[in-house]
Ligand binder design. Structure first.
Ligand code: F6R
Length: 252
């Protein structure tokens, strides 16, 4: 794992966005894996800005990590809505090329299998953007999640439901989601994980310094040959001294 600690959350998000934008510029037909959540909002703001000054997404395809079971694409709390608001509506990618699992599919289990096949059918994900949950989840792979897991229907942890309650007017985060599995994520050719804020410090330390264990699903990324973890100082605060010494520290 390559670890980059930037001086604040804004710069960390900018760095992550730059990695994605550079990849799109170099490989206009790239298949991106995309994440949602608060951490990613400034990343998408940077990508929208990059598009305004000429970066084209016309040849790009994307696959989001997850979606809530039971929500239609036009539900304001759905990840379809999130992606339209933060990225898809502001770039030149054909909406049909921005894939998000259908939370309102009549058979969510079948939808998860279809989604796994769709990713494979596109040739797999070239560059996967990831956040991390306070409990070490990636996508919605809650602990314990097997490192070989594939796209599937999962039950959300109470902690995750609380963390996302603000996105729902009644505070009721759905109970279940369709998510790429840990194994699906590990199949991406490269991963960029962005973690900012003190609430992520324990999970970041467990992911990097801890053992590879289903109890911290993000720790499976230790087995991936091309992962860049980008943090602000608060999210990096609980990493061990040795890890921090080997870190690529960057200033402005
Ligand atoms: C969402 C996702 C999740 C989030 C994680 C952090 O698509 O994959 O793993 O990245 O829950 O969410 P925030 O950024 O809201 O703290």
């Amino acid at each position: 794992m390559k670890l980059v600690v930037l001086e604040n959350a804004k710069r960390a998000a900018g760095y992550a966005a730059r990695l994605l934008a550079d990849a799109v510029a170099r490989h206009p037909q790239i298949v991106l894996g995309l994440a949602t959540g608060g951490t990613m909002e400034p990343v998408y703001a940077h990508l929208r800005a990059a598009h305004r000054v000429g970066l084209s997404f016309a040849g790009v395809q994307s696959f989001n990590l997850d979606e809530y079971v039971g929500l239609s694409p036009d539900h304001p709390g759905s990840y379809h809505s999130y992606m339209r608001k933060h990225l898809f509506d502001a770039i030149d990618m054909d909406p049909a090329r921005g894939h998000v699992p259908r939370g309102d599919a009549p058979d969510p289990v079948q939808e998860a299998a279809r989604y796994e096949q769709a990713i494979a059918g596109a040739g797999g994900v070239d560059l996967q953007l990831l956040g991390i949950g306070k409990n070490g989840h990636i996508g919605f792979n809650e602990p314990p999640s097997d490192g070989a897991s594939r796209c599937r229907v999962v039950t959300l942890a109470e902690e995750t439901r609380r963390a996302n309650a603000a996105y729902f007017p009644d505070g009721q985060t759905p109970l279940r989601a369709i998510t790429m599995g840990v194994g699906t994520i590990l199949d991406a050719r490269a991963c960029v994980l962005l973690a900012t804020g003190a609430t992520k410090a324990k999970a970041v330390a467990a992911m990097i310094d801890g053992p590879v264990t289903p109890d911290c699903p993000a720790s499976a990324l230790q087995r991936h040959p091309d992962v860049t973890v980008i943090c602000d100082p608060a999210a990096a605060a609980e990493l061990c001294e040795t890890t921090l010494r080997e870190t690529e520290l960057r200033g402005a």
